[in-house]
Design a protein around this ligand. Structure first.
Ligand code: ZN
Ligand code: ZN
Length: 269
């Protein structure tokens, strides 16, 4: 299996997961044109994208979903509640492009599980995309969770032991506190239905990273209230302390670029 981020942050999010020449997109919060451009940068033909899974109806996750689905003639997978919340904002779709899903389904030959996150949208989900391992027991899995104000029990359950994790490090507590945002927005972001703070995420990661974990990508960073350097150093400081006391295995942690794709990550079997 492989994965990458194609765009990440409040200006737009898209994640690609796949295997060989079959791939699925998780959200398309940038324009269809930008998405296709970024896809070509990682040398993936657009004809190989088999579907788009929607995590929630905020514009930084669905901006290009309708346009891209029409252009590539591919289905969109979303829960009944999200289809209602998105209303007509995706534009005109063929009947077979509107796939109503429950908590698990298959797309591009991979198993997809949706689990709730804690966020101020109609519904919001994290994902686990997996398939059975070829030799050993268990699944090869990519765990994804952005847009959550707190770490939920469901996140613990689905993210622990994943081979790769794409997880939100949205803001730095001090930068949000002293930054230019109005009070109501600061409250929203740091609230139960907002976004994850760097240290909050690091604590989650310390539970989720196991000997299986090959890669961690920090995603959905705030442009005003975080920087790639702060997010990475905060998370690494906490993980390294735990690593030195043998409480957490060592793992490569990287930051998803805001406008450009991350390198394609190929997971070991
Ligand atoms: Zn959101
Ligand atoms: Zn978002």
């Amino acid at each position: 299996m492989h994965l990458t981020t194609l765009a990440s942050g409040s200006s737009g999010n898209a994640i690609l997961v796949g295997e060989n020449n079959r791939h699925l997109l998780v959200d398309c919060g940038i324009s269809g044109k930008s998405l296709l451009h970024n896809l070509s940068q990682v040398n993936i033909p657009d004809s190989e994208i088999e579907g788009i899974v929607v995590t929630h109806e905020h514009v930084d996750h669905i901006r290009g979903v309708g346009i891209l689905a029409r252009k590539l003639k591919i289905p969109i997978y979303a829960t009944t509640g999200l289809w209602e919340a998105m209303g007509s904002s995706l534009g005109k779709l063929a009947e077979n492009q509107r796939i109503e899903v429950q908590s698990s389904f298959s797309c591009a030959g991979l198993n997809v599980v949706l689990y709730p996150t804690s966020h101020d949208s109609r519904e919001s989900y994290g994902l686990k995309v997996s398939r059975p391992r070829l030799k050993n027991k268990g699944d090869l899995a990519v765990g994804i969770a952005t847009d959550s104000g707190v770490i939920t029990q469901e996140m613990h359950r689905h993210l622990k032991g994943c081979d790769a994790l794409v997880v939100e490090a949205n803001y730095d507590e001090e930068r949000l506190k002293w930054g230019p945002y109005p009070a109501y927005l600061k409250k929203r972001i740091s609230g139960r239905y907002g976004h994850l703070e760097n240290k909050q995420l690091a604590e989650g990661l310390s539970e989720w990273i196991t000997e299986n974990t090959q890669r961690v990508i920090l995603a959905h960073l705030s442009e005003e209230n975080n920087t790639p350097e702060i997010a990475l150093s905060t998370v690494m400081r906490i993980l390294q302390e735990l690593n030195s006391s043998k409480k957490c295995p060592d793992v490569l942690v990287q930051v998803a670029p805001r406008y450009t794709p991350h390198e394609l990550i190929q997971l070991r079997e």
